[in-house]
Design a protein around this ligand. Structure first.
Ligand code: SF4
Length: 288
């Protein structure tokens, strides 16, 4: 059956790996490494990591779940119950990590789900803007991981010919639906965050992403720039064989600051490590 959950619009599961009629979840945890406005230091956020992925980047540090599909299957009722448990666990937000390929299931679950904390759609950015519009009735915060400007890079690393256009259209749709960011006591209640992982050797592309965002949406936007790249999975085969250099990161940070983005977060350069990767051991499926 055709699937419309992501821009590939392919036969269900043929690219992302998901099985029709099932939602697989890799990990449920109290997570402390998201941006502080969605993840307070003491409470953390309640993260649900979905298995499989519609982008499947060659360098993914979560490859045991995104490529290999490690996880446990849930039906819609089980997923809703799980989401209620996580959202009600004294967390800053309910963080749905890489949920795009389960959009239709989640729209169904959301129709009868009320979260006491903001719901975060933590996406690779490879989205259909139509879906973002539908999701915006239920999602409070869109966290876009804007990965590439140059489609040659998105083809090489993520087999996506149209990544930039889709991500930018989806981001603009999110901004139309949530026109302003609402922050209360240092916590985001509604809004948009654009995250970006700087890839070694590709700092020009990083800068171009923010130039384009500035052109389309201005600079009144939360940004989160990450330096933590480590060569994982098939990264070395693709030429991404080293961490990001401090000088590369410094240049990207300086360019983003010069453009006028003054709301946001810059990861420390010493953060290049796999410490941020959760333990996806099935015996520790839920760690709240
Ligand atoms: S979510 Fe998966 S099955 Fe659906 S269109 Fe995207 S890649 Fe294809």
């Amino acid at each position: 059956m055709a699937c419309f959950d992501c821009p590939r619009m392919c036969k269900a599961g043929s690219f992302c790996g998901k099985e029709e009629g099932k939602v697989r979840i890799a990990k449920v945890m109290r997570h402390f490494f998201e941006e502080p406005i969605i993840c307070e230091e003491k409470r953390g956020c309640g993260a649900i990591f979905f298995s499989y992925c519609s982008l499947r980047c060659a360098y993914c540090q979560n490859y045991p779940i995104s490529h290999e599909g490690r996880g446990i299957d849930y039906d819609n009722a089980g997923l809703k119950k799980l989401m209620q448990t996580v959202a009600g666990s004294d967390v800053t937000s309910l963080d749905l990590v890489t949920p795009t390929h389960y959009t239709s299931v989640l729209l169904d679950v959301f129709s009868d789900f009320h979260s006491p904390v903001p719901v975060v759609w933590n996406t690779s950015g490879y989205e259909r803007s139509e879906n973002i519009e539908k999701l915006s009735k239920f999602v409070d915060i869109f966290l876009f991981d804007f990965k590439y400007c140059d489609n040659n890079l998105s083809i090489k690393y993520s087999k996506a010919t149209d990544y930039f256009d889709k991500c930018m259209s989806a981001l603009k749709a999110a901004r139309r639906c949530i026109p302003e960011d609402i922050i209360e006591n240092g916590v985001m209640k509604k809004g948009i965050i654009v995250r970006h992982l700087v890839l070694p050797g590709h700092i020009d592309d990083s800068v171009k992403i923010f130039e384009k965002i500035k052109e389309e949406l201005g600079t009144d936007l939360f940004v989160s720039v990450m330096s933590q790249f480590s060569p994982c999975y098939k990264a070395v085969e693709c030429g991404l064989d080293r961490p990001l250099l401090p000088l590369e990161y410094k240049k990207v940070k300086a360019a983003i600051n010069r453009m006028g983005f003054d709301k946001g977060f810059f990861q420390e350069t010493s953060s290049a490590s796999l410490d941020y990767t959760p333990d996806f051991d099935i015996s520790k499926h839920i760690e709240l």
